[in-house]
Design a protein around this ligand. Structure first.
Ligand code: FES
Length: 102
């Protein structure tokens, strides 16, 4: 069974930007892109950097430490120095609340 965790009010997800939220025992990054919400791990797969401190352009989040970029829709690592994709999580919106499946 899917474990849907209440993450944040939809109104608190920034437009065309990223915010970190605690969901269960992990920290995830939520992205508001063109009216959709995407969720990934907040920790970069390359090093000790939080993606919520990075820069979102369209569907791409750029890591603040070495400028690696991921596609927030599927977690795909798009350039070096990244080697590993980022975990992504299904998002559901209900009554103005964002839920994430961990
Ligand atoms: Fe993110 Fe190196 S820590 S690209």
């Amino acid at each position: 069974t899917t474990n849907w965790i209440k993450a944040i009010a939809l109104a608190d997800v920034p437009d065309e930007d990223v915010i970190a939220v605690q969901a269960g025992d992990r920290e995830i990054a939520l992205y508001g892109v063109e009216g959709n919400v995407y969720a990934t791990d907040n920790l970069c797969t390359h090093g000790n950097a939080r993606l919520c401190d990075g820069f979102l352009t369209g569907h791409e989040i750029e890591c603040p430490l070495h400028q690696g970029r991921f596609d927030v829709r599927d977690g795909r690592a798009l350039c070096s120095p990244l080697r590993d994709n980022l975990a992504t999580y299904p998002v559901r919106i209900e009554d103005g609340v964002v839920f994430v499946a961990l």
